[in-house]
Design a protein around this ligand. Structure first.
Ligand code: FAD
Ligand code: NAI
Length: 464
C-alpha cells in the first residue's frame, strides 16, 4: 500500500548526485527527503572539492600572472604581495554561498532535509539520527572519500589529503604530491604558483591516467616547464614524520634502490573510494563489488527492489557533472519517465593553467576498436591564444576512418574546459569531423582551434 511510506523518495547524501536527484524528484511531484550527515548541503563537490579548489585555482592563477611577469608583458606593472588569509576567506565565502544556495533550493522545492547519518533497516526504511524513516524509493548517493595510502596517517598538518591541502595556513616550503592525477595536478599547481617547491611522485610512467596519450605527454611537459618536478614510475614505500618534516622513502615502481625525499608537506592524492561504510547495505539485501562500488543497471536500479544508486558510489568516472546528470535521470525513472545518461560522452576537465580536457575515446582506445583518422591543431597557431600569450597546448580530434564520426576530442588550452562543451554537444548529436569543420566559429576565439583540428582530420587546416 502506497500510503504506508513517509516519502515517495528518500535520497541518502546531498552531493551533486543526491541534491539534484532530490530537487528533480520534488519538481516531478514526488514527496521527497534527503538525508545528509554533513553540516551543510552540497557534498564533497561544494564543501571540499570542485568549488573550493576552483576558488584557489582562480586566485592563485591571477597571483601567478601578476608575480611571474605575465602581466608586465602586457604593460601592467604590479607589486605583488600574497595575503593568504584573504585568499582562503574568499574560498570559504564561495563555499558558504553555494551550499547556502542548495539549502534555499531545498526549501523552494519542498525537499525535506533530514540531518544525520542514514543506515538501512530494510530496503524501504532507514535510520537517520535515531529516527526511522520509510520511503517507497531510496536513492543511494553517498559519494566517495580519499583512498588512504597503507601505513600513512593523514594528520592534516604535515600529511594532508585534498581537504587539508585546501586549507594550509602557510605556503609549504616543499610539497610532495603523491599521485599525478587530477587532484595532485590541481592542488600542486595552486601551491606551486603561490611559491612552494612541488614534487609529484607518480607510480605510472605518465601523469593523468585515462587521458589521451599525446595529451598526457604534452601536459607533463607544460607542468614541468612551470616548475613542478616529476618522479614518474616511482612508488612511495613509507613516510616518517620527524618534527615538522616528512621523510618519504621512494623506489622505482619496478623495484630497485630506495631513496628519500624530505618534504615540509605531503599531499596524498592517489584516488577516491566509494562511501558505503555504516550504510548497512546488507539490511537492504545489497553488497558492494570488489572495487567497493554499488552495481546498478542502465536505469540506476540496484538489485534490491526500490533501491537506486548514482554518483561516485557507482561505477564510472567520479565527476560532479556525471553525478548530477545521473541525479536527474534517476528521479525521472522513479517518476516513470525515461531518464538516460550517455556515459560515452562525459567530458573531463583538469582546471590547471592551461586547462586539460577531453571527451569520448582516447586515440589508444579508439584504435582498439577500428581504423581512425586523427587531426591536431596547436594553440600556437590559434590567433586568439597567440595574441593572449597562451602558446601552450593543442586540440586533437579523433574520428572513425570510414564514417568520419567523431569518437573523441582532447584539448590543452587556457579555456579547454569551455571548449570541450562544444565537442560533447557535437558528439551527442553524432557529428562527423566534417560537421565541425563546416560549422562557422566566431573569430578570434580559442574554439576555432577545434574547427581547425577537425579540418586537419580531413587533411586541410588553413592556419598551419
Ligand atoms: P558527494 O559529493 O561525495 O556527496 C555525498 C554526500 O553524502 C556527502 O556530503 C556525505 O557527507 C553524504 N553521506 C555519505 N554517507 C552518508 C550517510 N550514510 N548518511 C547521510 N549522508 C551521507 N568533480 C568535477 O566534476 N569537477 C571538479 O572540478 C572536481 N573537483 C574536485 C576537487 C576535489 C579536491 C575533490 C575531492 C573532488 C573533486 N571532484 C570534481 C569530484 C566531485 O567532487 C565528485 O565527483 C562529486 O562530489 C560526486 O558527487 P556525489 O553526489 O556522488 O557524492
Ligand atoms: P586520480 O585517480 O585522478 O589520480 C591518482 C593518481 O595516483 C594516478 O595517477 C595513480 O596512478 C597514482 N597513484 C596511485 N597509487 C599511487 C601510489 N601508491 N604512489 C604514487 N602514485 C599513485 O585520483 P585523484 O587525483 O586522487 O582524484 C580523485 C578523483 O576526484 C578522481 O577520480 C577525479 O575524477 C576526481 N576529481 C576531479 C576533478 C576535476 O574534474 N577537475 C578535480 C579533482 C578530483
Amino acid at each position: 500500500d502506497e500510503q504506508q511510506y513517509d516519502y515517495d523518495v528518500l535520497v541518502i547524501g546531498a552531493g551533486p548526485g543526491g541534491y539534484v536527484a532530490a530537487i528533480r524528484a520534488a519538481q516531478l511531484g514526488l514527496k521527497t527527503a534527503c538525508a545528509e550527515s554533513r553540516e551543510t548541503l552540497g557534498g564533497t563537490c561544494l564543501n571540499v572539492g570542485c568549488i573550493p579548489s576552483k576558488a584557489l585555482l582562480h586566485a592563485s592563477e591571477l597571483y601567478d600572472h601578476a608575480a611571474n611577469g605575465a602581466m608586465a608583458k602586457l604593460g601592467i606593472k604590479t607589486t605583488v604581495e600574497l595575503d593568504l588569509d584573504t585568499m582562503h576567506g574568499q574560498r570559504r565565502d564561495a563555499v558558504k554561498q553555494l551550499t547556502g544556495g542548495i539549502e534555499y533550493l531545498f526549501k523552494k522545492n519542498k525537499v525535506t532535509w533530514l540531518k544525520g547519518r542514514a543506515a538501512f533497516k530494510d530496503a524501504h526504511s532507514v535510520d537517520v539520527a535515531g529516527q526511522t524513516v520509510t520511503a517507497k524509493n531510496i536513492v543511494i548517493a553517498t559519494g566517495s572519500s580519499v583512498t588512504p595510502l597503507p601505513g600513512v596517517e593523514i594528520d592534516q598538518k604535515i600529511i594532508v589529503d585534498s581537504t587539508g591541502a585546501l586549507d594550509l595556513p602557510k605556503v609549504p616550503e616543499h610539497l610532495v604530491v603523491i599521485g599525478g592525477g587530477v587532484i595532485g595536478l590541481e592542488l600542486g599547481s595552486v601551491w606551486r604558483r603561490l611559491g612552494a617547491k612541488v614534487t609529484c611522485v607518480e607510480y605510472l610512467d605518465q601523469i593523468l591516467p585515462g587521458f589521451d596519450g599525446d595529451i598526457r605527454k604534452e601536459s607533463n611537459k607544460i607542468f614541468k616547464k612551470q616548475g613542478i618536478e616529476f618522479q614518474l614510475s616511482t612508488k612511495v614505500t613509507g613516510i616518517k614524520v620527524e618534527g615538522d618534516k616528512a621523510i618519504l622513502t621512494v623506489e622505482p615502481a619496478a623495484g630497485g634502490e630506495a631513496t628519500t625525499i624530505e618534504a615540509s608537506h605531503v599531499l596524498v592524492s592517489i584516488g577516491r573510494r566509494p562511501n558505503t561504510n555504516g550504510l548497512n547495505l546488507e539490511a537492504a539485501g545489497l553488497s558492494t563489488n570488489p572495487r567497493g562500488q554499488i552495481e546498478i543497471d542502465h536505469d540506476f536500479r540496484t538489485k534490491a527492489d526500490g533501491v537506486w544508486a548514482i554518483g561516485d558510489v557507482v561505477p564510472g568516472p567520479m565527476l560532479a557533472h556525471k553525478a548530477e546528470d545521473e541525479g536527474i535521470a534517476v528521479a525521472e525513472n522513479i517518476a516513470g519517465r525515461h531518464g538516460i545518461v550517455n556515459h560515452a560522452v562525459i567530458p573531463s576537465v583538469v582546471y590547471t593553467w592551461p586547462e586539460v580536457a577531453g571527451v569520448g575515446l582516447t586515440e589508444e582506445a579508439a584504435r582498439e576498436q577500428g581504423e581512425v583518422k586523427v587531426g591536431k591543431f596547436p594553440m600556437m597557431a590559434n590567433s586568439r591564444a597567440k595574441t593572449n600569450h597562451e602558446p601552450d597546448g593543442l586540440v586533437k580530434v579523433i574520428a572513425d576512418a570510414k564514417t568520419d564520426r567523431v569518437l573523441g576530442v582532447w584539448c590543452i588550452a587556457s579555456v579547454a574546459g569551455t571548449m570541450i562543451a562544444q565537442a560533447a554537444q557535437a558528439m551527442e548529436f553524432g557529428a562527423t569531423s566534417e560537421d565541425i569543420a563546416y560549422t562557422c566559429h566566431a573569430h578570434p576565439t580559442h574554439s576555432e582551434a577545434v574547427k581547425e583540428a577537425a579540418m586537419a582530420v580531413l587533411g586541410k587546416p588553413i592556419h598551419i
